[in-house]
Design a protein around this ligand. Structure first.
Ligand code: HEC
Length: 141
């Protein structure tokens, strides 16, 4: 019995030693460092990248009206005017939309005076769409 134990242990240690010295494994893969990409020419770097809003809209893309400019500059840092124009909301819902932009999308809160002007403008220019007979069916308008 002792024999078996001694033989087993000896074999185990032998195998361990061999394994450690690498005898039992094939050659290690050689690490090849990736080739460094050539540095991009300096002209390719746009210093204003990230500072520009993700659209080319201008104030003129909003319908004329009191508060148009303050609305444009308050509301188009993150998206174009299309998102705004696509909405038709009551004053209350526009008010909560502004809250949503502040709370969910981290819009810097406008000064109370500016916020009031923006809200006036939005409520005035983009009210809920009137429901015509036939709902949204363009053929029944
Ligand atoms: C700090 C960034 C930021 C500012 C400033 C901002 N928004 Fe937004 N707004 C967002 C993001 C982000 C979304 C979601 C865009 C999307 O879904 O593609 C969004 C979506 C919207 C939508 C569409 C909501 C919907 O349900 O589809 C409206 C309307 C809107 N914004 C109005 C405004 C108005 C009005 C202002 C100015 C008072 C404003 N936003 C200012 C970030 C902003």
């Amino acid at each position: 019995m002792t024999h078996v134990v001694v033989v087993t242990l000896t074999t185990t240690f032998l195998l361990l030693a061999l394994d450690k010295s690498g005898e039992l494994r094939g050659p290690r893969p050689v690490y090849v460092p990736p080739v460094k990409a050539a540095a991009a020419p300096a002209t390719a770097v746009d210093p204003d990248k990230g500072k520009q809003p993700p659209h080319n809209d201008t104030v003129d893309d909003l319908p004329e009206g009191k508060g148009r400019e303050v609305t444009f500059y308050t509301c188009t840092a993150c998206h174009g005017v299309a998102l705004i124009k696509a909405q038709g909301l009551t004053r209350d819902l526009w008010d909560s939309s502004i809250d949503l932009m502040i709370e969910k999308h981290r819009m810097p809160a406008p000064k109370p005076q500016e916020r009031a002007e923006v809200l006036d403008y939005l409520a005035e220019q983009f009210p809920p769409r009137r429901r015509t007979r036939g709902g949204d069916n363009p053929f029944l308008r």
